[in-house]
Design a protein around this ligand. Structure first.
Ligand code: NAD
Ligand code: TDX
Length: 329
């Protein structure tokens, strides 16, 4: 299969490219990525001599470019997005452009190509916020509450509209919080690890009791791959990590692993509209695709910490170098 991976120079996209090339020796991969502040070509540099891999720098909103690439592939796995909630609170415009218009541009291109399979990578945040009990599933009503999640919700609706209106062979996945190698150090876990390694404090929003369900990125990649190959056309699959933790618990574990004291925690003003709790019921993916997350949280967290320990050049260039785009904390 020849697969176009949009956003393949970002966190999950990079991990997915390596997953595809490793797991499917016949597959070929084209990455289309604009290389925004979050995209990093260095992530893919070990593939520069790989004949099954091609990188194209470009914007998913560029209709001509997108059409010309989509003609050449069997499937599109769509990761490209503005992905950070805090940034969407400061300025939502790029989120609307990339997440909504960009997704529609890809769908339009798929319509004009011959039966291109389209998988849309989305988030559990489209479902809103949970109380102490319950979990999101495929039938949960949409209730996005940040500009980011509202833009992702819009993109999900457009993908479903393309299925119902134009019979486009689509699938959608809504996944919980990812962690692992190559995650831009503005997200909570890599920010916490790298701040600790730099001897800095770690900002904890509000009371630190917001809950996220953490999934190791490789488990997410395996879930997307399963949907791409075995998922039912037109269907949505929720993917989760079976690892609900409060932010305070996550941070305490990181401090413990790195031998830091609780003084490292800096309680700061809460995020505006901060969703309280996310949790995922992934039984549909388990039953229909025989997929479930395999990495226990502590195991995945230790692998992640080790990756950041051994890739200081990677994150220091981003945090302390010439990248002026890092959100200041
Ligand atoms: P990321 O921010 O690390 O990477 C996004 C990539 O998209 C970057 O390489 C960037 O350069 C590229 N990009 C942005 N705008 C583009 C444009 N207009 N044209 C082409 N490329 C563009 O994001 P991520 O964390 O890897 O998330 C990937 C996808 O997974 C997103 O769609 C996100 O909504 C979804 N998701 C993320 C998580 C998570 O925990 N990170 C969880 C669930 C779903
Ligand atoms: O400095 C911080 N301090 C803090 O307490 C940061 C950056 C975050 N937090 C909290 C906010 C959240 O409750 O940690 C939790 C995780 O925050 P993020 O890493 O920013 O992730 P979140 O907002 O939950 O969204 C992530 O998961 C779903 C991704 O960024 C999205 O792209 C994905 O859709």
């Amino acid at each position: 299969m020849k697969v176009l991976v949009t956003g393949g120079a970002g966190f999950i996209g990079t991990n997915f490219v390596y997953h595809l090339l490793r797991m499917h020796p016949q597959d070929e991969v084209i990455v289309l990525d604009k290389l925004t502040y979050a995209g990093n070509l260095e992530n893919l540099k070990s593939l520069s001599a790989e004949p099954r891999f091609l990188f194209v720098k470009g914007d998913i909103c560029n209709r001509d470019l997108v059409q010309s690439i989509v003609q050449k592939v069997d499937a599109v796995v769509h990761f490209a997005a503005e992905s950070h909630v805090d940034r969407s609170i400061v300025d939502a415009q790029t989120f609307l452009m990339t997440n909504i218009i960009g997704t529609q541009t890809l769908l339009d291109a798929c319509r004009t190509a011959k039966s291109v399979r389209f998988h849309h990578v989305s988030t559990d945040e489209v479902f809103g916020s949970l109380g102490i009990r319950g979990s999101f599933r495929e039938s949960t009503a949409y209730d996005p509450r940040s500009p980011y999640s509202a833009s992702k919700a819009a993109s999900d609706h457009l993908v479903r509209a393309a299925f119902h209106t134009h019979n486009l062979p689509i699938t959608i996945s809504n996944c919980s919080n990812n962690y692992g190698p190559y995650c831009f150090p503005e997200k909570f876990i890599p920010l916490a690890i790298t701040n600790c390694l730099e001897g800095k404090k770690v900002p904890l929003y509000g009371d630190g009791m917001n809950v996220r369900d953490w999934i190791f990125v490789e488990d997410h990649c395996a879930g997307i791959d399963a949907i791409l190959r075995r998922g039912k056309i037109g269907e949505t699959y929720c993917l989760g990590g079976r690892s609900e933790r409060t932010n305070r618990e996550v941070l305490q574990q990181i401090l413990f692993e790195l031998g830091k004291s609780e003084d490292t925690i800096e309680c700061v003003t809460d995020r505006l509209g901060h969703d309280r709790r996310y949790a995922i019921d992934f039984s549909k993916a388990e039953q229909e695709l025989n997929w479930s997350p395999e990495t226990p949280f502590l195991h995945g967290l230790r692998r992640t910490i080790e990756w950041y320990r051994t890739h200081e050049d990677w994150w220091k260039r981003i945090k302390n170098g010439d990248n002026q785009n890092v959100l200041k904390k």
